[in-house]
Design a protein around this ligand. Structure first.
Ligand code: GNR
Ligand code: NI
Length: 166
């Protein structure tokens, strides 16, 4: 089932997600629906926060063939180093793109939808995407990393778009 994605500045995007404590069919179904929603959008990642479910669940697929689904439940950053700038976008801020600086390399521990724990090392786009999604779980959106001037311009643009949409 394709879920509907909250759009900035919806206040529900500010909620802090709770750790997943129960693994079972409901979680498997949520992950399945989130993956379907991400692929259909299309996007390279989706956090549960974006579909108004406030649990620490992320799906990511940065592969060209769209056959490399990564499920991160209860993700924790173990190590972060370096800095890298990347042009980011967000399914919750459609039509807006800007550069954000984040850690260049990270090590993450997370569980999958069945509760199995594993560690991954990420750099490049994967590192960007994991940090972008983990921000969502903390109620943060990528535009929060921008200057207040840029955020004011974005607010004006969204207001205008809303007016034109009637
Ligand atoms: O689809 C997405 N593309 C993207 C591009 C650069 C940096 C981050 C992202 S994540 C985004 C999907 C999304 O909004 N996830 O929360
Ligand atoms: Ni996003």
């Amino acid at each position: 089932m394709i879920l509907s994605i909250l759009e900035y500045p919806d206040p529900r995007l500010r909620k802090v997600a709770a750790p997943v404590t129960s693994f079972g069919p409901d979680l498997v179904r949520l992950v399945h629906d989130m993956a379907e929603t991400m692929y259909s959008a299309p996007g390279i990642g989706l956090a549960a926060t974006q579909v108004d479910v406030h649990k620490r669940v992320i799906v990511i697929d940065i592969s060209e063939a769209r056959d490399g689904l990564l499920v991160l439940v209860n993700p924790e950053i173990l190590e972060a180093e370096g800095e890298a700038e990347c042009e980011e976008g967000c399914l919750s801020v459609p039509g807006y793109y800007d550069k954000v600086t984040r850690a260049a390399r990270i090590r993450v521990r997370a569980q999958d939808e069945h509760g199995a724990s594993r560690e991954i090392a990420a750099d490049g786009l994967l590192a960007v995407c994991v940090q972008h999604e983990m921000d969502h779980l903390m109620g943060k959106v990528f535009v929060d990393h921008l200057s207040s001037l840029k955020r004011a311009r974005l607010a004006a643009k969204l207001k205008k778009r809303q007016r034109l949409a009637g």
